[in-house]
Design a protein around this ligand. Sequence first.
Ligand SMILES: Nc1ncnc2c1ncn2[C@@H]1O[C@H](COP(=O)(O)OP(=O)(O)OP(=O)(O)O)[C@@H](O)[C@H]1O
Ligand SMILES: O=c1ccn([C@@H]2O[C@H](COP(=O)(O)O)[C@@H](O)[C@H]2O)c(=O)[nH]1
Length: 292
Amino acid sequence: MFRTLLQRTAIRGTPRTSLKQAIPIARRPFTTGKPPSSGSPSIPAMLAVASMGFAAYWTLVKSREGQTMPRRQQKADPQPAAAPSNNNEEPPVPAFSADKVTVVFVLGGPGAGKGTQCDRLKNDYDFVHLSAGDLLREEQNREGSKYGDLIKHYIKEGLIVPMEVTIALLEQAMRESMEKDNKYRFLVDGFPRKMDQAIKFEESVVSSKLVLYFECPEQVMLERLLKRGENSGRTDDNIESIKKRFRVFKDTSFPVIEAFEKENKVKTVSCVKPVDEVYQEVRVIFDKMFEQ
Ligand SMILES: Nc1ncnc2c1ncn2[C@@H]1O[C@H](COP(=O)(O)OP(=O)(O)OP(=O)(O)O)[C@@H](O)[C@H]1O
Ligand SMILES: O=c1ccn([C@@H]2O[C@H](COP(=O)(O)O)[C@@H](O)[C@H]2O)c(=O)[nH]1
């Protein structure tokens, strides 16, 4: 089941050309497939290479300008979509309709208090709480999982697991809640943590309605995580892993929040105060946006 979903998720969505172009060009190793010639290249050859280089650079610059989430027309039906018809030219069709399926991304640094706030919100506003980290840990511990070792390594190192795995787990969990429990509102906690995840999820699963960002100074998060680490049993609640997670948050995850900000989707709440006080602020936002 998981593998099927994984394959489907992997093929369903293909990022919009401009963003897709940026990544391969930036990462593609420069190789001609031939050993370098020892003689001097001809002037026409040099001009051709220079113009190709400029074209690639221009495409890259253009595709990164004001990088925001791609917008897609939504399907009317919230139920699992029909088999995707992707031929790399057509934009992918999201699995669920944003008219019927509500996704709130809950973001913030490690230990900011995302899970704590989600625990309260899910009851008061009838949301399903899906923690990407919890889903990955579950998959890591699932007997027979072919991703167990990979996930274990990424979590310990504070790195971001390849998006196909996480998106497949999220989509599967959402589908189960819809089919079994008739639940269509989701707090997606700790995801997306990287631009590629954000783009792929919005294109191939569903577009998010709101991004709740819990702002918290590193020192406060550090104290919370070390305290939690006294009995959490998590392999990443130790000082070495925490430092790596902070770096990944700053370098890779925070730009995702900035990209969503450009779409005016982000509501920021400081997470420094006691849990109840933080929750009061979150409630103001949810009362305005979602019926209880
Ligand atoms: N406002 C708060 N004041 C004090 N302690 C808090 C507050 N919010 C959460 N905590 C505590 O901080 C720790 C981290 O909280 P939580 O697990 O909710 O963070 P998180 O953002 O989900 O972390 P992670 O991203 O690592 O999963 C927990 O032990 C929690 O009890
Ligand atoms: O989208 C995601 C979410 C999480 N991870 C990995 O899991 C750990 C722990 O996540 P928490 O949200 O703190 O529970 C995180 O450091 C990543 O290694 C991920 O790869 N992708």
